[in-house]
Design a protein. Structure first.
Length: 276
């Protein structure tokens, strides 16, 4: 066995993105003992905000299950946040803080369906979720994000399944449960996440345009009222299942599966590269 060069408790993992799926990844890494820092945009577009740590961008902090993310202005604040058992979050869409952070692992959990600049020079271990990345050219490993048999599979060569443009099926509904903005403008909420809604009910406004529920169900996702919507942007999600089958406040099965896959990749590559 090679000499362990770094303890897990001192290993920094930078995660690009703090949406609902990224939050599932972050939980597994934090539970395993790693020091996680989140790099986000100034105006995150996550719709499942109750289970997305990126909501800390708007309110300074965000609690999801046993995790608490704290917005910080500078890398120098991270040590204090980690010492408090919390997760620091930086507004850093270009990952310019990596030179100062010097993470051992970089995880791209933006889930933009394309590579927004992540590459293997950014950290000794690089991991990316979903379509848009090539292993081992751009990153060390790509994690499959499509629901079904291959969810969570690690690709050490090649790519994840291409984006189909069709949302996963929930309660027998797929495309029809997802709402795309009919206009551009400021967002004004009428309903709140977790509300039971009826088809045709107004959920929120974009500018002066009412956005109605596409079906009966539970309002599971809705874009923040602190961002401006653009026409066509994914801005809401109604879960058609009965309310006793819907949980808008805990991490999803898919997010937990992806978290387990990323943790597996980190430990695998850490052993292979003799890093910790």
């Amino acid at each position: 066995m090679g000499k362990m060069k770094q303890s897990i408790s001192e290993t920094i993992i930078a995660v690009r993105g703090g949406g609902d799926l990224a939050t599932g990844v972050i939980q597994k890494l934090v539970h395993a003992g790693f020091k996680v820092v989140i790099l986000e945009t100034a105006k995150p577009l996550a719709i499942r905000r109750t289970v997305a740590l990126c909501t800390a961008i708007f309110q300074g902090k965000q609690q999801v299950e046993d995790l608490e993310a704290i917005l910080v202005a500078d890398v120098s604040e991270c040590s204090t946040i980690w010492a408090n058992g919390q997760i620091p979050m930086l507004i850093d869409p270009t990952a310019s803080s990596l030179s100062e952070l010097q993470p051992t692992v970089l995880v791209d959990a933006i889930l933009a369906k394309k590579n927004l600049g992540t590459n293997r020079t950014m950290a000794p271990i690089t991991i990316a979720l979903g379509p848009g990345f090539s292993a081992s050219e751009e990153v060390d490993v790509v994690v499959e994000t499509m629901r079904g048999h291959y969810l969570g599979r690690l690709y050490f060569e090649g790519r994840a399944i291409p984006n189909t443009g069709t949302p996963g099926e929930i309660g027998g509904k797929s495309t029809e449960r997802v709402i795309h903005s009919p206009a551009s403008g400021a967002v004004k909420h009428i309903k709140k996440l977790g509300d039971v809604v009826k088809k045709g009910e107004v959920l929120f406004y974009v500018g002066k345009v009412a956005v109605q529920s596409p079906l009966d169900g539970v309002l599971r996702g809705m874009i923040s009222d602190q961002v401006s919507c653009q026409t066509g942007l994914k801005c809401g999600d109604v879960d058609p299942r009965p309310i006793d089958q819907v949980d808008c406040f805990t991490i999803s099965d898919k997010a937990r599966a992806l978290g387990g896959a990323v943790l597996e990749a980190v430990l695998w590559l850490g052993r292979e590269k003799n890093l910790f």
